[in-house]
Design a binder for this molecule. Structure first.
Ligand code: GLN
Length: 479
């Protein structure tokens, strides 16, 4: 019964339900695999083997007693370490929160537990979600399973690497400007940023609240749809949560896609994209054409301002959200100080990493009196125009396609000293967050060096079902 870890999530669930394996065997087998390759990958900040085994035993008892089983029965799941887990350290990969143990579960964690999913650990990220390579973690970088000398992307790089290395069957990430989709693309897996408001942010440590969304990461679309099913839905503890009936995503994904219209924005194929990526994405689009979808050229004229707008809005919100870390609660406190001001200043200086400080400075500047109108307010106006571009486009097409990232996974250390270059990695992903629309990344090929390439598919607000269906169609012919 070896190598259970190679199965997909739905397969493992079925094996458990059919009593071909026990949840305990699955967890034990997975941890054997984790122990053998995690030292090279470093996807996890915390592993919770003991509590995972306890959960597995409880599930096996339920099965033995023929009790009602949840949607995720027995599936081991990894959680990005900026999502609060009751009794389990939640560090945000920050020195400042290195000993923070939340006294409650985030909404999504509560849902996973209700549906009998098994939490196996907390994954590495760029500190507070700020970065595109997982190198901004206070606890060291994660390595890309496809090439250990390269980054897994970020900020949900730990979650992506764990799913790709088969050290988790499913994972949760968070996406403020691409942090689910870009690492999914770099690690050759599927990752979805849901519509803003579809998944509750209760218990997600805030980075930029008007952009943040939690989303699922998986090895294939059916697995991803299953996890989305569990975490989507109204939660009164998040005032931006939308109250709608959640469709049955799994039943949608196998439906025919013929006749759907794909918009190809000319702005997504400009200069600066690696030619192999362009080529791969075009090939995927051709495959869709063969499947009977209609390809249409469109324009999203304001997307050229996406990066500038995002890097004003996100740091502004971050500077406000991170003000709570003052050395008095949640966090580690500086040892030597004189008076309150000095304590706060030293705790923050010692606790935050370089990139987080840079964002706080940027955001505080953009919000300061005299500059507010010129920067923050103007960014908000452009944000509206970016959304209007999408609204216009979606009058004509069902989905929009382009590359997830302009570049393939780069070497660890290659961009860490050049923040602007790092920010440019997010050029195709930030607009979905600014507009609040759903977007997914799905593998569509590899480079000559065998590094994964991701295709991004964007959809209408709350139309995850169509995105998943279109994504599944490509996955099916690729296999
Ligand atoms: N890479 C982007 C940033 O650094 C996006 C991060 C995210 O989505 N959390 O802000």
């Amino acid at each position: 019964m070896m190598e259970l870890y190679k199965h997909n999530a739905l397969e493992i669930k079925n094996l458990i339900i059919q009593k071909k394996v026990t949840a305990k065997e699955v967890v034990e087998d997975l941890f054997r695999h984790i122990e053998s390759i995690e030292p090279q990958i470093k996807a996890y900040l915390t592993l919770t083997k003991d509590s995972a085994l306890l959960q597995a035993r409880a599930i096996d008892e339920k099965i033995a007693k023929y009790q009602k089983l949840g949607l995720l029965v027995g599936i081991p799941i990894a959680i990005k370490d900026n999502i609060c887990t009751d009794g389990i350290k939640t560090t945000c990969a920050s020195r400042l929160l290195s000993n923070f143990i939340p006294p409650y579960d985030a909404y999504v964690i509560k849902r996973i537990k209700q549906e009998d999913g098994i939490i196996i650990g907390k994954t590495n990220l760029d500190e507070f979600g700020m970065g595109s390579s997982c190198e901004n973690s206070a606890f060291g970088p994660t390595h890309n399973p496809h090439d250990l000398s390269r980054v897994p992307g970020g900020s949900s790089g730990g979650s992506a690497a764990a799913v790709a290395a088969n050290t988790a069957f499913l994972a949760l990430g968070s996406d403020t400007g691409g942090s689910i989709r870009q690492p999914a693309s770099f690690c050759g897996i599927v990752g979805l940023k849901p519509t803003y408001g579809l998944v509750s942010r209760y218990g997600l440590v805030a980075f930029a609240s008007s952009l943040d969304q939690i989303g699922p990461m998986a090895r294939n679309v059916p697995d991803l749809a299953l996890l989305l099913q569990v975490i989507a839905g109204y939660d009164r503890q998040d005032s931006t949560s939308v109250n709608i009936t959640i469709p049955d995503y799994l039943s949608h994904i196998e439906k025919d896609v013929k006749g759907l219209k794909i918009g190809i924005p000319k702005e997504y194929f400009s200069e600066g994209i690696e030619s192999e990526i362009k080529e791969s994405v075009y090939q995927a689009i051709k495959l869709y054409e063969k499947m009977g979808l209609k390809i249409m050229d469109i324009s999203l004229p304001h997307s050229q301002y996406g990066i500038a707008t995002y890097y004003l809005v996100a740091p502004s919100e971050a500077s406000s959200n991170l003000a709570r870390y003052d050395g008095t609660h949640f966090t580690s406190q500086a040892k030597d100080y004189q008076g309150l001001r000095d304590m706060i200043s030293k705790s923050r200086s010692e606790g935050f990493g370089k990139e987080v400080k840079r964002r706080i400075l940027l955001g505080t500047f953009a919000l300061s009196s005299g500059y507010y109108d010129a920067y923050y307010l103007r960014a908000l106006k452009i944000r509206r125009l970016i959304r209007q571009d999408f609204d216009q486009a979606f009058k004509k097409v069902d989905v929009i396609m382009g590359p997830t990232s302009p570049i393939s996974p780069f070497k660890i250390g290659e961009k860490i000293d050049d923040p602007l270059k790092m920010y440019l990695c997010d050029i195709f992903t930030v607009t979905a967050n600014l507009a609040g629309i759903p977007a997914i990344s799905i593998p569509c090929g590899v480079t000559q060096n065998k590094l994964p390439i991701g295709l991004q598919i964007l959809g209408k607000p709350l139309d995850e079902a169509t995105i998943l269906r279109v994504t599944r169609a490509l996955e099916k012919i690729g296999k």
